[in-house]
Write a protein that binds this ligand. Structure first.
Ligand code: LLP
Length: 433
């Protein structure tokens, strides 16, 4: 459920007309709904507590790391799951204390680990033998003890897009679950390391529960074996990954509801005696955001009708990278009599991959009209680039009838200001002789 609807013929984010934001800040831009963020967080956290699970939620800020989004969720009680020093700094700047931060990721640098240790991060999820040794060395030299989980790779097929599947043996993530006993023995023997948890994350945009069940059963067996070997495992980190509906069609057979997910957790791990940590990202923010763009050009080709928008693959890369589907709606509610026609919706970037949708049935859209991409709150703005020297676009947060620009549009000055002319080149090419 989200809070983007037509009111009096105009698409609104909560009680703010999208057109009003566009008039003030121009297009394209991302817009997020506070009410949707809060609702999704509460639905997810509530589904776990309703079943009496001793749980805590660490929002995976990679999905949307705008400081205002993190702060909104932190105010609801969310901790943060991070994968870089930059994300850790964002989480802390948004008001999440280090004691509520879990540090995941397959390749952390020594500088990043040192930073996390110096801030007394809640937990570090270790993904390799090498990382374990490095962390032990760094923690000991700093006189610290790192609370760790070993991220195990359970070799389970998450049945999602290959690029976002992480729990199979051939994926780069985690340590083979078959090696877990050996690695916990090593961790327990190392100075500066306190193994407290087992972590697992098998992929993103999961639309079935069975892969979770299979994973959690394997984790439960592992915890029992580890305890027999004397490891006092009292925490588990079960990752994120719950899918969201991207299409109206999917809404008829939607991805698993948080309640059903929680039931699988309760069935498999409810009596294990561990505090359970979760790292949802997309589920919280995905449907809490839209990308708004203007139709620059309508081009009626021989084979196709193209809508060329002012947003492009550099702003929202999911369609190009994962064949991701995002619903597209006109911001002005179409008259039911408006003819529906197949449109290819594209951006201005100079490659054919810059295509948001092919042969999408849409009410006839004209030049100058605004369109809204649904489900763009997760992995949208955070994956944007300045390809084709297109400035990063603004992000707007709405709350009821107010809105705030929570990231202004990048100026050309900022964009060009990142570069330097090499010492041996004339600083000002025009005056060079
Ligand atoms: N925990 C870990 C260790 C992760 O790697 C991820 C996502 C999450 C939690 C959060 O997963 P979520 O609940 O959001 O599914 N850019 C891709 C998705 C990449 C997901 C990466 N890891 C996309 O746009 O589909």
């Amino acid at each position: 459920m989200h809070h983007f609807d037509y009111i009096d013929g105009e698409m609104h984010a909560e009680n703010v007309p999208i057109q009003q934001i566009a008039d003030e800040i121009g297009t394209p831009f991302y817009v997020y709904s506070t009410a949707t963020l809060v609702r999704h967080y509460q639905v997810f956290a509530g589904a776990l507590t309703a079943l009496g699970l001793d749980s805590e939620v660490f929002y995976a800020i990679k999905a949307n790391s705008n400081l205002s989004v993190i702060a909104t969720l932190a105010a609801e009680g969310a901790g943060a799951d991070i994968v870089s020093e930059g994300e850790m700094r964002r989480a802390m700047a948004a008001g999440v204390p280090a004691s509520r931060i879990v540090y995941s990721g397959v390749g952390k640098s020594e500088a990043e680990l040192t930073f996390a240790l110096s801030e007394n991060v809640h937990q570090i999820n270790v993904e390799s033998d090498s990382e374990l040794e490095t962390l032990s060395r760094l923690a000991s030299s700093m006189g610290k003890t790192a609370r760790i989980a070993i991220r195990v790779n359970p070799d389970v097929d998450a049945k999602t897009h290959a690029k976002i599947s992480t729990g199979k043996k051939e994926n780069k993530f985690g340590i083979d679950i078959d090696r877990a006993e050996e690695i916990y023995a090593r961790a327990a023997a190392l100075p500066g390391i306190e193994p407290v948890s087992v972590a697992v994350h098998i992929g993103s945009q999961l639309t079935e529960l069975e892969p979770y069940r299979a994973t959690f059963v394997r984790v439960a067996e592992l915890v029992r074996r580890l305890r027999e070997l004397g490891h006092d495992i009292r925490h588990l980190d079960l990752g994120g990954g719950l899918g969201i509906p991207y299409t109206a069609a999917q809404s008829n057979s939607p991805p698993p509801a948080p309640d059903d997910y929680a039931r699988v957790v309760a069935d498999t791990l409810g009596d294990i005696g561990c505090k359970l940590a979760f790292e949802p990202g997309r589920m919280i923010v995905g449907n809490a955001g839209m990308l708004i763009a203007k139709t620059l050009i309508v081009k009626q080709g021989e084979a196709r009708r193209f809508l060329v928008l002012d947003a492009a693959m550099n702003d929202l890369i999911r369609p190009a990278l994962y064949e991701g589907h995002h619903e597209i709606k006109p911001v002005k509610e179409p008259n039911p009599k408006t003819p529906v026609q197949a449109h290819d919706v594209v951006g201005p970037v100079c490659e054919t991959g810059d295509t948001f949708a092919t042969e999408r049935a849409l009410p006839l859209i004209n030049e100058g009209e605004l369109v809204a991409f649904g489900s763009a709150g997760a992995y949208g703005a955070v994956m944007a680039s300045t390809y084709n020297s297109r400035p990063l676009i603004p992000e707007v947060l709405v709350s009821d009838d107010q809105f705030s620009v929570v990231r202004p549009r990048q100026t050309y000055e900022m964009l060009l200001g990142m570069d330097r002319i090499a010492d041996w080149l004339p600083a000002d090419q025009e005056n060079a002789d």
